[in-house]
Design a protein around this ligand. Structure first.
Ligand code: 13P
Length: 333
């Protein structure tokens, strides 16, 4: 297989030590849930204002290597008429794009979902490349329900589709982030979360290898291994770090370019502490950092509250959140 070395330049930029990736790629619907946290209506102007705060905060390039956008935001502009991807590129931040089209339930498989979005993906990637995107994200969702969910059948189906996405991305010169999110809500134990995450990642990487995806030009976005949020015993950062790293060592080949974490609905403080505990465990075969959405955006939304006069405060809150997570990615919090 001929390797596309341009992918490695992007990977190296994205995984620069002490930096992370902001996932600002909420669909228009999900962006509404974020705005609702500060009682703002889900209108295009509010979505644009919030993204403009995130993308133009002075100094973020010290901590952020990349930003993932959604279709409507990669086509959007600042109030001064600069395209969002151009704003990011100008500060040395790599623009990225979420390309999956969300999940659907599957007849006959209660509680499981499959990710949509392969149709016309080659053409969509060409368009996104022209708009400035150099990396992409595809998320699959794994729900845990005692012994019977997830099923091997649906894990395999999702992994094949994710692999097809990764192939098309690499062909287009775009680094694929593969994101199997094991959902943290529920009453499952840490042990079950570890078992399911390990199995998911094993199936994913064996499928990626089977279909000749170049792992050196690919980034894994993973959940941390956590007991369900309704499980009686919540997990300490050290226990999360041990379970998460055990999982990776059982499933992620060493030539995978790197691993970034989603926050998965943990509080910002908890996500950062867990990341710090993982980094403190010492050097791993892969660079490991963060790619949070809610854990970074929540304090920014709260500082902003939709008010023009609070924009500078919101940008400071963003810088503070990114700095804390960047320090945590080095185990220096
Ligand atoms: P959270 O950090 O809010 O989990 O989001 C990350 C992400 O990219 C989810 O797809």
């Amino acid at each position: 297989m001929k390797k596309n070395t341009k992918l490695y330049e992007t990977v190296a930029a994205l995984l620069a030590p002490g930096k992370g990736i902001l996932a600002a790629d909420e669909s228009d619907g999900t962006a509404g849930l974020r705005l609702a946290m500060v009682n703002l209506p889900n209108e295009p102007e509010n979505r644009q204002d919030f993204r403009e705060i995130l993308f133009t905060a002075p100094g973020i390039e010290e901590y952020l290597s990349g930003v993932i956008m959604y279709d409507s935001s990669i086509r959007n502009f600042t109030d001064d008429g600069v395209a969002f991807p151009d704003v990011l590129t100008a500060s040395g931040i790599v623009p990225g794009i979420k390309v999956d089209l969300g999940t659907r339930e599957i007849h006959g498989f209660k509680g499981e979902v499959v990710t949509q979005g392969l149709d016309n993906l080659t053409e969509r990637f060409a368009d996104y490349y022209n708009l400035g995107a150099r990396f992409a994200k595809w998320r699959m969702v794994v729900n845990i329900d005692e012994d019977d969910t997830p099923t091997d059948e649906i894990l395999k189906m999702n992994c094949v589709m994710m692999t097809r996405y990764a192939q098309i991305a690499q062909e287009a010169g775009i680094v694929p982030i593969v994101e199997p999110e094991v959902i943290h809500t529920g009453d499952h134990s840490l042990e079950l979360a570890e078992k399911v995450t390990t199995k998911t990642l094993q199936i994913l990487f064996s499928t990626l290898i089977e279909y000749k995806v170049d792992l050196q030009g690919l980034i894994l976005k993973s959940s941390m291994v956590l007991a369900g949020d309704k499980y009686a015993e919540q997990t300490s950062p050290e226990a999360v770090a041990n379970a998460t790293l055990r999982t990776f060592h059982m499933s992620v080949p060493h030539d995978c370019a790197g691993i970034v974490f989603l926050s998965g609905g943990q509080t910002p403080e908890r996500s950062t502490k867990n990341l710090n505990a993982i980094a403190k465990m010492g050097e791993q075969p892969w660079p490991i950092t963060y790619s949070f959405s809610r854990a970074i955006e929540e304090p920014v939304l709260k500082a902003w509250g939709g008010k023009k006069e609070n924009e500078d405060k919101a940008k400071e809150a963003l810088l503070e959140a990114c700095k804390a997570n960047s320090l945590a990615s080095l185990g220096k919090l």
